[in-house]
Write a protein of this length. Structure first.
Length: 337
């Protein structure tokens, strides 16, 4: 029998995998049902009022920009109240904003796919990341703990080929399931938006950005799956992967972050995997560095800095590859009995 086919059958037959798929369907079903119950088709009166509110919001943005320009140019009338504005007025320029207020932003109890698709997609990716990590850890961890890998090696006595087939089958299966789940999930909410909400704002730019976010999310799911697989292989048990993940979150993400803030370390967020995950998923993440404004006096100081998706994915891939190579190396040399 083909090794990949055998591994696929073993993966599909695992009760934990079946349970996770059921939980996946239930979570999506509850989310869709809740959204459908809390949405309605907006009336013409609601649309007109929301449109007026959006127009007023855009007008206020334009007024703030003009006031900023006037203050920078020194043409503010004497005695007028001075508001705080950034040093660069282009930050307030409505023409430079990524998105201007629209009527959908001021509708209450109306599901708008254009506004809610990205948060819903983030929820989907988070669940799939958890799904991939747990399935990846349990898939190899249970076989190592029960002796299933030893029995498989008696049939196919090539350790790296067997472990590679397991990892390849796992990644391919998780990817296919994630793509099917994404299509069903986003398709369901698109239908809700068309039938029981507001169908607007679905431009080519919207679909392109949503597709890019989804693609980055699928990469993150595969990385999490490989990490769970590698940690369980190194620890020879599913609990090793879970314990390592929990220890990292508590000791480093919480404990070390607190210590770095106490000692006033520069840019501590760059040392956290969660920051790189957020930067990769969103395309860019902004953080605040208080040390950047030390000695700047009372003037305006922008201590923010950004972390781009390039360095973020480089860190995530490096960590995943290092764990995977370590797992294959340990599996090749260790005594499995």
């Amino acid at each position: 029998m083909n090794l990949f086919r055998a591994e696929l059958e073993r993966l599909a037959a695992r009760r934990f995998v079946q349970l996770m798929v059921v939980l996946l369907v239930l979570a999506f079903g509850v989310t869709a049902a809740t959204t459908l119950a809390g949405s309605h088709r907006p009336s013409s009166t609601e649309l007109i009022e929301a449109g007026n509110q959006a127009a007023r919001a855009r007008q206020q943005m334009e007024q703030a920009y003009q006031q900023c320009v006037a203050q920078v140019n020194g043409s503010v009338p004497p005695g007028s109240e001075i508001d705080y504005f950034p040093a660069n007025c282009s930050e307030l320029d409505p023409a430079r904003q990524d998105r201007l207020p629209v009527a959908a932003d001021f509708l209450t109890g109306v599901f708008t796919f254009a506004n809610q698709a990205r948060p819903l997609l983030y929820f989907l990716i988070a669940f799939l990341v958890l799904f991939g990590f747990l399935v990846g850890a349990s898939y190899i961890g249970a076989d190592l703990n029960s002796g299933g890998v030893v029995n498989l090696l008696l049939w196919r006595p090539r350790r790296l080929a067997v472990l590679g087939a397991k990892l390849g089958t796992l990644l391919g299966s998780v990817l296919v399931l994630s793509l099917l789940a994404s299509a069903a999930y986003l398709g369901t909410f698109w239908v809700i938006g068309q039938t029981a909400g507001l169908a607007s704002g679905l431009s080519a730019t919207f679909w392109r950005e949503l597709g890019a976010t989804h693609g980055r999310g699928m990469v993150l799911v595969l990385l999490a799956t490989a990490m769970g697989f590698a940690l369980a292989t190194l620890g020879r048990h599913t609990s090793a992967a879970l314990g390592t993940a929990a220890a990292y979150a508590v000791v480093w993400e919480l404990g070390a972050r607190l210590v770095l803030e106490i000692v006033d370390a520069p840019r501590p967020d760059q040392l956290m995997l969660s920051s790189h995950i957020g930067a990769w998923l969103a395309g860019e993440a902004s953080f605040w560095d208080p040390r950047a404004c030390v000695g700047s006096g009372n003037g305006f100081c922008d201590g923010s800095y950004t972390l781009g998706w390039g360095p973020a994915i480089a860190v995530l891939v490096t960590v995943t590859v290092a764990l995977t190579v370590g797992a294959f190396t340990a599996f090749r040399r260790r005594d499995l009995i």
